[in-house]
Design a protein around this ligand. Structure first.
Ligand SMILES: *Cc1c(COP(=O)(O)O)cnc(C)c1O
Length: 380
């Protein structure tokens, strides 16, 4: 299959569908699911993934910019879209015109949105963010009361949501619970002001996994939707590995197999020398496809179902693996960089570990020239 491609990503839409179903099952019927599809749906291809998630029952989408929102709207209208970042001043009227729900951290932003709302004759559905320890967006807990009362008085703007974001939910129960405590206090303060907020949310994938009782009435999973468990010190429920399936596999091919004598140097910088006679396969993928160069002399690829070490530096379009121990490797054979082959599987998290990065970056690194091939499911 796909014999014509040099490097490609296979995306299993059935896996995505199953992952969303599992998330739904976990959170129960009273919690909405906002699927995060920023950065081209974590490298999976925004339009196809948005279509699949619409069919599979997502409630809301989370994006990082207005172009992503536009892409989603081109696939299907009617789903609310929350902009997870802060809108730039020039984006405010565009977001209001298109009915995108903004994340708001301060009064200045709220005022800009209120003015744009009046200009377009619309009521902006704003989500107010509280910084309980992430240190990125949001207002400090001590300033929530004054912000909420001022924002609630603005015309053309409704407080549709109250949210916070975890900084360390995969690693630290203590820090995460401190954030949760602060958030709960904020909720009390807001309700004592007589302001009722329809959507309350804090859980990213790590939160959903590790703080299942703190979903409030909306969750914001990203990585889990794509079938990847956020790596970290906190232990995820054991049955998860069978419940979730990674949707993406990154594959390439053997373009050449060469016999090299002992002491032969491999690739730029001469960072690897063969110790004995070696059989080395050249693969048709490199950092130009998004496989990090940091995986040089550290990573592995699956060839004929076996783990073969990446030897020498990864180059832009090619990398070398030692296949001395694998019989009958030939030109055109499939090589798997992320995903399953035979009995073995390289997860995005494992590959990310070799490359000194995280699965989020591993996925979003996959470049434009890598075709995404969709299997299973019917995405328009
Ligand atoms: C990216 C993002 C998420 C999703 O994070 P995952 O760890 O991939 O689940 C949730 N909330 C916000 C605000 C985000 O920016």
């Amino acid at each position: 299959m796909h014999a014509t491609y040099r490097c490609w990503a296979e995306i299993d839409l059935e896996a995505l569908r199953g992952n969303l179903a599992w998330i739904r099952h976990q959170v129960g019927p009273n919690v909405k699911v906002l699927t995060v599809v920023k950065a081209d749906a974590y490298g999976h291809g925004l339009k196809q993934i948005a279509a699949l998630l619409m069919q599979s029952g997502t409630d809301i989408f989370g994006v990082a910019n207005l172009r992503e929102a536009e892409s989603i709207r081109s696939v299907g209208d009617g789903w609310p879209i929350l902009m997870l970042g802060s809108c730039l001043p020039h984006e405010v009227p565009l977001a209001v015109r298109d009915g995108i729900h903004p994340t708001i951290s301060c009064f200045e932003e709220a005022l800009e949105f209120s003015k744009a709302g009046s200009r377009f004759g619309k009521t902006v559905q704003a989500h107010l963010k509280v910084d309980t320890g992430m240190g990125r967006l949001g207002t400090l807990p001590s300033q929530v009361a004054s912000l909420v009362s001022r924002v609630a008085a603005l015309p053309h703007l409704q407080i549709a949501g109250l949210l916070t974001h975890f900084a360390n939910s995969e690693d630290s129960a203590q820090y995460t619970r401190r954030q949760l405590r602060l958030f709960r206090e904020v909720l009390k303060t807001v309700s004592s002001l007589g302001v009722s907020v329809p959507n309350v949310h804090c859980c990213n994938s790590g939160g959903l996994l590790h703080e299942p009782n703190s979903c409030f009435n909306l969750v914001r999973p990203g990585l889990l939707v794509y079938g990847i468990i956020p790596p970290g010190k906190r232990r995820a429920p054991k049955d998860l590995k069978v419940r979730l399936r990674p949707a993406l596999a990154l594959k390439c091919r053997v373009t050449l197999v060469r016999e090299l004598p002992p002491g032969a140097s491999i690739s730029y910088g001469c960072t690897y020398r063969t110790k004995r006679n070696a059989r080395v396969a050249v693969l048709s993928a490199g950092y130009g496809d998004g496989y990090p160069r940091a995986g040089s002399n550290r990573g592995f690829a699956l060839v004929r179902g076996q783990r073969c070490p990446i030897v020498g530096r990864i180059t832009m379009d090619q990398m070398m693996v030692d296949v001395s121990k694998v019989p009958e490797v030939g030109r055109g054979n499939e090589a798997v960089l992320i995903g399953r082959q035979g009995q073995d599987c390289i997860s995005a998290s494992e590959a990310a570990g070799w490359c000194g990065t995280i699965p989020w970056e591993m996925l979003t690194n996959i470049t434009y020239r890598v075709p995404r091939l969709y299997m299973g499911g019917v995405a328009s």
